[in-house]
Write a protein that binds this ligand. Structure first.
Ligand code: XMP
Length: 513
């Protein structure tokens, strides 16, 4: 790749992907590689800079991940972070020891402002520390450029050799001026121009896919979610009719979603690809009839999805490549020094092992969700698709308590549509991680006109979350909820009551089943 690039060498820390993302935020292309990437490979890649990540090991212990000392002689600027800083000190003759006092969390660090790394950073600044081992003495030729009361070498550098190290983590937001420091390294020390943009990523990736796929056949299981849509469009741009997208409409999608996906990817859409929509609604409803147990419903939906997909794949015949919309958070690191292993079954609830393909193509595996959205915009995918909130694979199947029927699907689809419309009209969707309607299995007495009703209660949910592991119930303005509730009972037949779920996760979950 001829563009300017920073490489991150992965020593097993938790924030490695964040480092790459921060560098890309400086408009410089960045890739994460295992710590034992060979010197030859590094030379071939010709990066403008190298960043060593943190990691759980102690440099002087046996079997700790090391890199060859010659890396510092390549003339490429290096920034060591946490474990990476200790590694630099250790390999170059400094002293690394167990710290008498461990530091963890937000810590005030005093900096030498004359360092290029700390240009425009305050002399005293809050940084995120997480270490039990420290650099006691910097190697010869290095000067100490930061300290804390208990950490004598919180940063060190040898500017003549372009070697820099920080004990703290500039990549996490708790290091208040960390982004400035990374920018200083990438732009001022490595001399990057910052000309990389998402469109360069999109173009380069499309070219790489063309090279890889050649004249082969490519299959994509399209769910209509952001990731698989962006991956499919990239593939379509790269190989056109060699790509077939299989979109299984399991009848558990949001209102109009099947048609929206078809409008973009089908024959009337802008992309020149083969598109197969499988209307399997009845098939799924039949399988789900009488089933009330949440996990059983999930399993049936997942299994049936695979069966439908398999049938379609067989009809297409020998497929060389399978496209997955795997993104960075889906990538599991399989351990130090091993390249990342993919949850190849992550998407769409698990694809069959025996679809006849040679390889998996994952054009988004380096990106975070918001970066995927950016790429989607570059590719001209409509905003309503790019901005989709996450939607579970089993779809409305887990937003309907108890048995799933076509009638209940209709009720929850209509209620959800109104709720989303009212949230959007009121402009209160910013900051919401997910918001939707669910159909409780509760029926209760109501009165409409002069008639007694005995209908379902819809539950509305909206959560704020960054990682979906924990979530807070969002405080949606009462007028918005009131309006949505009013419309739902008036417009959706079969509903006479609307409830708002104000439980956080834990103890509840985001979805209902
Ligand atoms: P919970 O309900 O566990 O949801 O708090 C956390 C996040 O995961 C999504 N979710 C699923 N996604 N298959 C999926 O693909 C599932 O079975 C499933 N269950 C929950 C949920 O939408 C939320 O984003």
């Amino acid at each position: 790749m001829s563009q300017e690039m920073i490489i991150v060498l992965d020593f097993g820390g938790q924030y490695n992907q964040l480092i790459a993302r921060r560098v890309r935020e400086c408009n410089v292309y960045c890739e994460v590689h295992p710590y034992n990437l060979s010197l030859d490979k590094i030379k071939e890649m010709n990066p403008k800079g190298i960043i060593f990540t943190g990691g759980p090991d102690v440099v002087y212990d046996e079997d700790s991940p090391l890199c060859p000392k010659e890396i510092f002689e390549l003339g490429i600027p290096v920034l060591g972070i946490c474990y990476g800083s200790q590694l630099m000190a250790y390999l170059l003759g400094g002293k690394v020891e167990k710290a008498p006092v461990s530091e963890y969390g937000k810590t005030e660090v005093t900096l030498d402002k004359s360092s290029k790394l700390f240009k425009k950073v305050n002399r005293k600044t809050i940084c995120w520390m997480s270490h039990t081992v420290y650099i006691k003495e910097a190697p010869e030729g290095f000067s100490v450029t930061a300290n804390t009361p208990v950490c004598p070498v919180a940063a060190m550098e040898n500017p003549d050799k372009n070697l820099y190290a920080v004990q703290f983590h500039p990549e996490v937001v708790h290091t208040v001026e960390g982004m400035k420091m990374l920018q200083n390294f990438v732009m001022n020390i490595c001399g990057c121009s910052g000309s990389w943009k998402m469109d360069s990523f999109v173009e380069t990736t499309i070219e790489e896919i063309r090279q890889k796929v050649g004249t082969g056949k490519v299959l994509c299981a399209l769910s209509g979610g952001v990731d698989s849509s962006v991956a499919a469009v990239m593939l379509a741009k790269a190989v056109g009719k060699q790509l077939t997208c299989v979109f299984v409409d399991h009848g558990l999608l949001r209102k109009n979603e099947g048609d929206e996906v078809e409008a973009v990817f089908g024959p009337e859409g802008p992309y020149d690809l083969n598109f197969i929509r499988v209307n399997a609604q009845e098939r799924f409803y039949n399988k789900l009839a009488g089933v009330t147990e949440p996990e059983a419903k999930r399993k049936i939906i997942g299994e049936e999805f695979i069966r439908v997909f398999e049938e379609e794949a067989k009809k297409i015949g020998a497929v060389d490549f399978l496209v997955q919309g795997t993104i960075y958070p889906d990538v599991i690191e399989s351990g130090l020094g091993k390249s990342a292993t993919i949850k190849s079954h992550h998407n769409v609830g698990g694809l069959p092992d025996y679809v006849d393909f040679k390889e998996i193509v994952e054009p988004l595996r380096l990106l975070f969700k918001d970066e995927v959205r950016k790429a989607g915009r570059e590719l001209g995918i409509p905003e309503y698709l790019v901005n989709r909130q996450p939607f579970p694979g089993p779809g409305l199947g887990i937003r309907i308590i108890g048995e799933v029927t076509a009638e209940k699907v209709r009720i929850v689809q209509d209620a959800d549509f109104i709720y989303r419309e009212e949230i959007a009209n009121a402009g209160v969707d910013t900051g919401l991680g997910q918001y939707f309607a669910a159909l409780t299995n509760m029926r209760s007495v109501g009165v409409m006109g002069d008639e007694r009703t005995y209908d379902y209660a819809i539950a509305l949910r909206a959560v704020c979350t960054s990682d979906f592991m924990t979530a807070d119930a969002a405080q949606i303005p009462w007028e918005v909820l009131g309006k949505a509730a009013n419309r739902i009972v008036n417009e959706v037949k079969g509903v006479n009551r609307v409830l708002y779920d104000c439980t956080s996760k834990p103890p509840a979950t985001i979805e209902f089943e």
